[in-house]
Design a protein around this ligand. Structure first.
Ligand code: NDP
Length: 330
């Protein structure tokens, strides 16, 4: 039987999500990779336990996480049932719809038909009555935004989601989504964009928009899928994401130019007394607009590495300039 650590709330930071009442842990765990039907269930279960033991109260899913699609929700539902039945009210579960999930015209993108059916399916797989956050996973250029946002708002009104979010939306559409949701009396809680040292598109406008509109921000792939660790410095290890046929990190993305930067960043992190993973997470969290960094993991030890980033989160201006110089020049 699993008994969570009594010290689990001691060291984690909890940040207010935009102008809402919801606090999210500075580090959240995503179940995109390593929690599917092809993965080891015991390791997945140990990772969820480890996360919770260290104060990670937020777990992020989507309808299509696996493989096969849907299996991460099934596995997480099993883990919740086995280990966390007494702790549902200590946990924030999110799921999403927006990418391909089933055949035919109603299993993809942003129609009301797709979103509400998908949420019902997710709840069945998760064995839950409601999720805490329901997201639209990506903008749909062909469906009126009003329809997609009405579906999100209605998921809240039906009691199937407590809050709603959007992911991968550009700034202008984010503002419109926020206005439309407001007109339905449902605030836009959170945006989930990709943000890490190698991908900084959010810095030009999105973060300012989120701050102005009181929307929280949870940054996904803060380690660039594992690139921003020392893992790939000496080749592609067996069992790494880049080595797996179903992994979304492609070998072609691990270029010599990137490896040179990673080596320099790794040395710089060591001079700060932390791992590169820890520095990369602290660097994303330096932006006050960021509520939480949404990490992935394949082993419990990676979660322990991540939570230690909170021990050294400060950067001097010189350090930030040094990091910028490495990132731009190599
Ligand atoms: P990260 O950038 O944190 O990458 C996680 C991977 O990095 C791990 O699986 C592991 O890879 C490696 N890693 C982690 N810690 C360490 C360490 N200490 N040392 C060495 N390697 C390490 O995040 P993800 O790309 O996994 O994304 C996180 C979450 O974001 C997802 O689970 C999902 O919830 C969300 N997401 C949302 C998207 C969206 O469109 N909204 C898109 C993508 C992700 P390995 O398996 O090789 O060990």
């Amino acid at each position: 039987m699993y008994i969570p650590s009594q010290y689990r709330y001691k060291d984690m930071e909890y940040n207010r999500c935009g102008r809402s009442g919801l606090l999210l842990p500075a580090i959240s765990l995503g179940l995109w990779h390593n929690f599917g039907g092809v993965d080891d269930f015991h390791t997945a279960r140990m990772m969820v336990r480890t996360a919770f033991d260290y104060g990670i109260t937020h777990f992020d899913l989507a309808n299509n996480y696996g493989p096969p699609p849907g299996s991460a929700e099934i596995n997480f539902g099993r883990i919740l049932n086995l280990d966390f039945r007494q702790h549902r009210d200590e946990i924030v579960v999110s799921t999403k719809a927006g990418y391909w999930m089933w055949d035919g015209p109603y299993g993809d993108w942003g129609s009301r038909k797709y979103l509400l059916a998908s949420l019902d399916q997710s709840l069945r797989r998760l064995q839950l009555d409601y999720v805490d956050i329901f997201y639209h996973h990506r903008p749909d250029p062909k469906t009126p935004l009003e329809e997609t946002m009405a579906a999100l708002a209605d998921s809240v009104k039906a009691g199937k989601a407590l809050y709603v979010g959007i992911s991968n939306y550009p700034p202008e559409q984010t503002e419109r989504a926020c206005d439309i949701l407001q007109s339905f009396g449902v605030p836009l809680l959170i945006h989930q964009p990709k943000y890490n040292m190698f991908e900084r598109w959010v810095e030009s406008e999105l973060l300012t928009t989120l701050h102005k509109r009181g929307i929280g921000c949870i940054a996904f792939s803060p380690l660039a899928q594992g690139l921003l660790t020392e893992k790939y410095l000496h080749g592609i290890p067996q069992n790494s994401r880049a080595a797996k046929p179903h992994g979304f990190l492609h070998k072609s993305e691990i270029t010599m130019e990137k490896l040179l930067k990673i080596q320099k960043l790794n040395d710089f992190a060591a001079s700060r007394g932390q791992s590169l993973a820890q520095m990369a997470l602290a660097w994303v969290l330096r932006r006050t607009e960021v509520t939480s960094v949404l990490i992935g993991a394949s082993q419990p030890v990676q979660i322990l590495d991540a939570v230690r980033c909170l021990k050294n989160r400060q950067f001097s201006n010189d350090e930030l300039m040094e990091i910028d110089a490495i990132l731009s020049n190599g």
